[in-house]
Design a protein around this ligand. Sequence first.
Ligand SMILES: Nc1nc2c(ncn2[C@@H]2O[C@H](COP(=O)(O)OP(=O)(O)OP(=O)(O)O)[C@@H](O)[C@H]2O)c(=O)[nH]1
Length: 526
Amino acid sequence: MTALPDQKAWVAPEAAPAAPEKALLRFITCGSVDDGKSTLIGRMLYDSQMIAEDQLEALDRDSKKFGTQGGALDFALLVDGLAAEREQGITIDVAYRYFKTDRRAFIVADTPGHEQYTRNMATGASTADLAIILIDARKGILPQTRRHSFIVSMIGVRDVALAINKMDLVDYSEARFNEIVAAYSEMAKGLGFRSITALPISALNGDNIATLSERTPWFQGEPLLPWLETIDAGSGELSEAPFRFPVQWVNRPNLDFRGFSGWVASGSIKPGDAIVALPSGRTSKVARIVTQDGDLPVAVAGQSVTLTLADEIDVSRGDILSSVERQPQVASSVEARLLWTAETNMHPGASYIVKLGARTANATVSKVRALIDIHTFEPAPGKPLALNEIAEAQLRFDRPFPIGLYRDNRDLGGFILIDRITNETVAFGMVAPNRVEVEPPAPEENGVDWARLGKDLGEKLLPALGGGVLIGLGAKLFGAPTATAVTLGLADAAFRPLVRGWYGDFRAALAKRGGDDEVTPDGAGI
Ligand SMILES: Nc1nc2c(ncn2[C@@H]2O[C@H](COP(=O)(O)OP(=O)(O)OP(=O)(O)O)[C@@H](O)[C@H]2O)c(=O)[nH]1
């Protein structure tokens, strides 16, 4: 057996005092295919000494068999667990990895770079506090970088690490790094990130991962792992927000105890505080905050507890207990962003099941207001959604829900749509203010450009026919389709070749529209 390379010790900076236990940090790695996501995660596991001796031996064996590094350790193999993806060399599912350093524990979602797996990426992002967006230093910003950045922002991730990877392949060029950072900052304007922290790295060689690299003396920032250990991402603001407690379970072990179990989605609560149960609107006061380790004097965002109330009010699974002064809206119609995740297209007007927290209802997409063009982030005319498309839409539920904006509270603003028959999740939804409504261009109706038709009639056909006045009158009296048929009927045999080509397009458009009695199926009428 070949000797394994020494596992680089991950040492916390010397001066750092024994840090208090930090909250778990959930993050996602995303980027285009082959940007090095799996390699980066493998490298982080390795540098934080999270790889057991036997795993390291297996990695060494696998690296020789499948690796891309000429026998040296190929860290991507630690993470790309599935046999199929090893053969194809791509990540096809979301792999969650747990690792910890002396100062923090992490859960990282490694998500696929391929476009058809955008939904997996969105799944990974839905629990993340932070995103590492990888960019191959040679390639710069790719379409997937834009798509992933957009989805990450839509799903509520506010802090981003822009990891410009494979710096070894661009000679650790400061100019190239700055160029990509500038382009990304420009692109990300309007995505609403709170912070973008750029780092030049080589996941393969370990540059700027655990320690600062001598090969980038120009880099003034922190290496990735120490930065991840200390960043305050995600939930800080939630403790300041109004109290929201989605009830996951009505806990009734005996006649003397009735508690409501769940987790504090935002804000804080203490015994004696007034609450309102939604959607019923009944009010009471918190009597006790019960946990396995005894009663608490206060519970804050992120804690799982059981609340007992001073009064016997009707509360069921899926209800929200809220602060009385600042209550969420209770609504049966919402504006939302939808990411379509099903292979089958959206059926306009169809009824889906909406699941928001522990509550479900019937839902219809009443209007697709605008599609979001993932390359320009600009809205385009709305239409039923296909796989991986994103739209701003209006939904109607058959009963009222307590809701909130997703960006304020994922628990009250995030939902999924489920197909009633296949039980498949067809869309992720986020309650969001509607920005725009884009209607399809008015003259184009049912595939027929009526304006162009009229223009062509006037400019080309009618002068030739010499019957302009009559046809113009016909158009006014009968409307455009009938007038066109009349025109065609009047056309002299001499003009038939001209008319036929033009008429063929027209007929195809009408056929798409569902046929028109005045037009014979094979065009034999002319
Ligand atoms: N030279 C160099 N190669 C790298 C670096 N990071 C990753 N690679 C190589 O780039 C290729 C792709 O890396 P992966 O980690 O599999 O990429 P990925 O982004 O996980 O790709 P998918 O799983 O297909 O989404 C592999 O051959 C890696 O060894 C780096 O910093 N420098």
